[in-house]
Write a protein that binds this ligand. Structure first.
Ligand code: SAH
Ligand code: ZN
Ligand code: ZN
Ligand code: ZN
Ligand code: ZN
Length: 498
């Protein structure tokens, strides 16, 4: 299982199609505008396209589905509308805010219902009497992530909370680099840490805005601190008012307060839509910069994601670099830092901050590679032949003279395949399935020139400049191995093996 870029969905022949102004045309589910997918069948040039929910990969959570060319009846539209209404949250964010005030002003016995995951007002206790509830301490109230049960959707939306080690490292690094505003996209624990740090009043205060799809957090934060947001389609559930909150937050950075975005999306793949959303945020930031800062450039960002998505992420956002730092999680026992007999975390930081400026802690086993000018993991030894520190997965890689590159320690050079591979790989059968588009056995669909030509023609016909480049990878077919997001899915259960 050594993947370096292919997407599981590609294996199934399913692609995400990003459209310019796609949202305007796309039908919506509870989670905002749906994403357009394309299902490609063997030998067919063009697959059939359909819309599905952007946020939920598990159809049990949202079963929205519509063929692109499907005519939807009035009755069905109405039924959809009814469903949306019926699933509306019980309170608006404003109401949650006034509830919090009342909740916090209680002198004692402040209760949280674990079954319903809500802070209970005194008048509500009776209604939850048969439920499991706990008393809320002041400390818990300022650390909601310790109170809320992490979402455990096996398919891809499980919530993995940073260990203190990782969260503190991130925060200290960003503060040290002079950032005073942090846009937390799917990073509630970082958000709460920033607020705690401010309460301690030891350091210069920082501002933080949390964008997350988990509405439970609205119970704990004001409207200028939390927006209910879907990062797969850049959708603000609270509409224009919420998108204004983001604008205001980014805008103030024009006053000299440096802003940085930290995102830790679910690992279930869909790199393209995420990159697209982050680009939109970056664009908004750029527009709000003071005129003398108008030289372009991207908004400073840190995207936390598994290392085996590196190729896909860099393809979408070439200004990012993957750092060696292993991000680990409290509620993911398999992914602990270091070589303590457990698996090392495969999760890394992708960032456009200068890798040299992000000092990785020596006491945790990182060191500066003076040649690469970046901090690397202790086992990541510089290869004089490749002139890089080549390891991606935390193990010590070795140079193969025949492949003329460094490879994973578990790989052996295979004469038959002509390159290194895991012993016991299906020898000589690479790409047995061939290309979906032209049938060639020499490459897979994403490297297909025929398909590429189709895409370029289409893009030219549209005449639009694309933010995120269309996806066909310009990668030699031989480099493709197996699906990165197939492995990402496994993250929920087991560590990747290789
Ligand atoms: N490590 C982070 C949590 C990452 S888990 C921390 O400790 O703060 C992924 C986070 O992304 C969760 O908070 C989850 O609620 C959020 N999330 C999942 N899907 C999302 C979506 N479509 N849009 C926005 N946020 C989402
Ligand atoms: Zn949905
Ligand atoms: Zn309850
Ligand atoms: Zn080498
Ligand atoms: Zn080799």
């Amino acid at each position: 299982m050594d993947g370096d870029g292919a997407n599981e969905d590609e294996g199934l022949g399913i692609d995400v199609i990003l459209q310019q102004d796609g949202d305007k045309k796309a039908p919506s589910c509870l989670h905002g505008p749906a994403l357009l997918f394309e299902k490609v069948c063997r030998g067919e040039e063009k697959g059939r396209r359909f819309y599905a929910c952007s946020a939920c990969r598990d159809r049990k959570d949202c079963n929205f589905f519509q063929w692109e060319d499907e005519k939807v009846s009035e009755a069905r539209l109405q039924a959809r509308e009814m469903e949306k209404q019926s699933k509306r949250p019980p309170f608006t964010h404003k109401e949650y805010c006034s509830r919090l005030k009342r909740f916090a002003s209680q002198p004692a016995e402040r209760m949280f219902c674990q079954d319903c995951q809500v802070l209970l007002l005194p008048s509500e206790r009776d209604a939850h009497a048969s439920h499991q509830s706990v008393e809320v301490s002041a400390a818990q109230l300022s650390r909601p992530s310790t109170l809320l049960r992490p979402l455990e959707n096996k398919k891809s939306n499980a919530q993995y909370l940073f260990t203190d080690r990782s969260a503190n490292f991130l925060l200290a690094t960003l503060a040290g680099l002079g950032y005073r505003r942090v846009l937390c996209v799917g990073t509630p624990r970082l958000h709460e840490l920033i607020k705690l740090r401010n309460q301690e009043k030891k350091d210069e205060p920082m501002k933080s805005l949390l964008l997350d799809i988990d509405l439970r957090y609205a119970q704990f934060y004001g409207e200028d601190e939390f927006c209910h947001y879907n990062m797969f389609n850049h959708h603000f559930f609270g509409g224009e008012a919420c998108s204004q909150v983001l604008q205001a937050f980014l805008g103030e950075s024009g006053m000299g307060e440096k802003v940085v975005m930290v995102a830790d999306p679910p690992f279930g793949g869909l790199v393209n839509p995420l990159a697209h959303s982050f680009s939109l945020i970056s664009q908004a930031w750029r527009k709000l910069q003071s005129p003398d800062n108008d030289g372009g450039g991207d908004m400073p960002m840190v995207w936390v994601f598994p290392y085996f998505f590196e190729a896909r992420i860099l393809q979408c956002l070439p200004s990012l670099t993957m750092l060696d730092y292993q991000v680990d999680y409290d509620n993911h026992p398999l992914y602990k830092h270091g070589k303590t007999g457990r698996k090392q975390s495969p999760v890394r930081m992708f960032t456009n901050l200068s890798p040299r400026a992000v000092v990785l802690p020596a006491k945790e086993g990182y060191r500066l590679c003076a040649i690469c000018e970046r901090y690397v993991w202790s086992l990541n030894k510089h290869c004089a032949k490749c002139n890089v520190c080549p390891s991606k997965d935390g193990r010590e890689w070795r140079h193969c003279e025949k492949c003329e590159k460094c490879v994973k320690p578990s790989w052996k050079h295979c004469q038959k395949c002509g390159h290194c591979a895991l012993p016991g790989h299906p020898c000589g059968q690479e790409n047995k399935e061939g290309c979906f588009v032209c049938g060639s056995l020499k490459h897979r669909r994403n490297a297909c020139k025929q398909r590429l030509a189709q895409r370029v023609n289409k893009a030219n016909a549209r005449g639009g400049k694309k933010l995120v480049p269309p996806r066909p990878a310009f990668k030699p077919a031989g480099k493709r191995k197996s699906g990165a997001s197939r492995r990402a899915k496994k993250l929920a259960r087991a560590a990747p093996t290789s």
